[in-house]
Ligand binder design. Structure first.
Ligand SMILES: [Zn+2]
Length: 231
């Protein structure tokens, strides 16, 4: 045991592991995100304006019972660093760790939705091949580990490759996303309570298109994302 500790300290000296949020060296048993960042990351308060804005994006979608986001996304902030590491630096562990943290906090607050299944928003196979993994799967996996609700990344599939949504207006995003998703396993979700997860919530067009694909299957949907943008 002691030897293992010395060995890991020695490896830390040779190959410093850094916090993906603040860049400082991780120490001891810290993994992926340092203790200080874990405590101070900007949680989205349930009674905030952004939280109301998140919920309001789905008022026209009766299947969506609630919409929650874990963190507040601000440009150049720590949450942006984390999402960058998750999506562009190949560190899917960031998604899993944030899923575990969020799941644990929801458990402590008694706020875990009464769901049967956690479903992740899929990537198009081409994007999946480029990235090597789906960042929403990593978040779903972490949430599942903390809450005990099973997860699946195979319920939905993306039938069309869509270019980046950045720079598109709200209406353009909705138009761009409409009809993009298909339910592969209708029997798995029929009549079920689903937690639908994605990395960031901006206009809600992507998540809305997923719910649209599940229409007619009598699902109740809870949206959960790692972060919500301040718009
Ligand atoms: Zn940190």
């Amino acid at each position: 045991m002691k030897l293992t500790c010395y060995w890991s300290d020695f490896l830390d000296l040779l190959f410093p592991r850094c916090c993906e949020a603040c860049g400082k060296a991780l120490v001891g048993t810290e993994e992926t995100i340092c203790t200080s960042c874990r405590i101070t990351l900007p949680r989205l308060s349930q009674d905030s304006i952004i939280s109301s804005s998140v919920k309001s994006k789905f008022v026209a979608t009766p299947e969506v019972k609630d919409a929650l986001a874990y963190l507040v996304f601000t440009k150049k902030g720590k949450v942006q660093e984390l999402l960058y590491a998750l999506k562009y630096k190949g560190n899917q562990e960031v998604g899993r760790v944030l899923g575990i943290m969020y799941g644990q906090e929801l458990m402590e607050q008694g706020q875990v939705p009464p769901a049967d299944l956690i479903v992740s928003v899929p990537l198009h196979p081409r994007r999946l091949k480029e990235r090597g993994y789906n960042q929403s799967d990593a978040f779903a996996q972490g949430l599942s580990e903390a809450t005990g609700i099973p997860w699946s990344g195979a319920v939905l599939s993306r039938t069309r490759y869509t270019k980046t949504q950045t720079g598109k207006s709200r209406a353009e995003r909705y138009e761009n996303m409409s009809g993009v998703f298909r339910v592969n396993q209708k029997e798995v979700v029929k009549g079920k309570q689903i937690v639908l997860v994605d990395d960031v919530l901006t206009t809600g067009a992507t998540l809305d298109a997923c719910v649209e694909a599940m229409k007619g299957l009598n699902c109740t949907v809870y949206i959960m994302t790692i972060a919500a943008a301040q718009i």
